[in-house]
Design a protein around this ligand. Structure first.
Ligand code: HEC
Length: 155
């Protein structure tokens, strides 16, 4: 092994203090520069992050369990029911919904929760509560002529 490797590492005490001072000053200046963009007018800063803040507020408003039928419909059910994909009864199509509605609200809800043929359980919305599915079923069936009462969202 070369003799160089065996040399003891210089201890802090043996470093010339006068050399260390300018280095520290330079470091402080650099760190100061890094934090510059975060300073300044708080208003301007708030407006820069505004769009992101708005989005997260929206998400918080519709916490799981408290989504309305329309919100659940738009988020989960419309994907198939708006266009009638996979043979789904189309939103607002009274002829397609009449025989479904005739089964009654409870059967429709049960089938929507458990899934039926091409429709996956809860329409694929695994985090939907039973009540949220109920609300969406009411919203969807009512678009096709039913008069089901959508379970209210607790305030
Ligand atoms: C992946 C596509 C898809 C999604 C998403 C979907 N559905 Fe469906 N849905 C279907 C299909 C297909 C049928 C028809 C099933 C059949 O009877 O063959 C159906 C049927 C239904 C029926 C009638 C059930 C019956 O007993 O006749 C209800 C009610 C329903 N869906 C509610 C919903 C609700 C509420 C959502 C959202 C939470 C949803 N669906 C999301 C595909 C979907």
């Amino acid at each position: 092994m070369p003799a160089l490797c065996n040399r003891p590492i210089a201890s802090p005490d043996s470093l010339p203090r006068r050399a260390a001072l300018p280095v520290l000053a330079l470091l402080a200046a650099l760190l100061g520069a890094c934090s510059q963009p975060q300073q300044g007018d708080p208003e301007a800063r708030a407006s820069r992050i505004e769009p992101v803040a708005k989005i997260s507020l929206k998400v918080q408003k519709v916490a799981p369990g408290s989504r309305t039928g329309e919100q659940v419909y738009q988020g989960t059910c419309a994907g198939c029911h708006a266009a009638g994909a996979l043979g789904a009864p189309k939103t607002g199509d009274a002829a397609a919904w009449a025989p479904r509605i005739a089964q009654g609200f409870d059967t429709l809800t049960k089938n929507a929760i458990n899934g039926i043929r091409q429709m996956p359980p809860r329409g694929g919305g695994a985090d939907l509560t039973d009540t949220e599915v109920q609300r969406a079923v009411a919203y969807l069936a009512n678009s096709g002529g039913a008069k089901f009462a959508e379970p209210p969202v607790a305030k």
